[in-house]
Write a protein that binds this ligand. Sequence first.
Ligand code: ADP
Length: 162
Amino acid sequence: MTIAIYPGSFDPVTNGHLDIATRSAALFEKVIIGVYDAPPKVLLFNTAERLELMKKAVAHLPNVEVQAFTGLTVDFARKVNACVMVRGLRMTSDFEREFEMALMNNKLAPEVELVCMMTKLEYQFLSASLLKEVASLGGSITYLVPNHVAEALRQRFAQRQG
Ligand code: ADP
């Protein structure tokens, strides 16, 4: 069975992430989405929240699981017996970063193959950070995230303003 992991911060999950997860689920027998517990970023949602938002977003995909992980992504891949790591690519800056990480990961775990998928045109400029900025300023983000994520963002920024 070909198991793939799709790791990321997912703070929060967007339709761009979901598109990559859905396309991966069609390619591999099992896809395990790895929610990175402590990315080097300031987070809006804690790990349990990011996990829940992701679980709800992929509940309709029977061969997709969601797990939190800490430490090296390649160690997570080994732990769940994955031989593929999926990443999404948007603009050229993603490519440079992914290329650098892929070379390092390949040194650490040559048995884990990287598969990069190009984003859909409509999600090319969609990033979780830009999304949060727009949401924090009250802009409409409904077409960029699942409904439950839009609601979670709305509540989080309402709490902060209140
Ligand atoms: P990370 O902190 O690991 O970059 P992210 O949650 O930002 O975590 O992204 C996880 C993965 O999803 C990365 O491979 C990223 O390039 C990809 N990704 C993010 N946004 C999009 C999008 N709009 N379309 C396709 N892939 C995306």
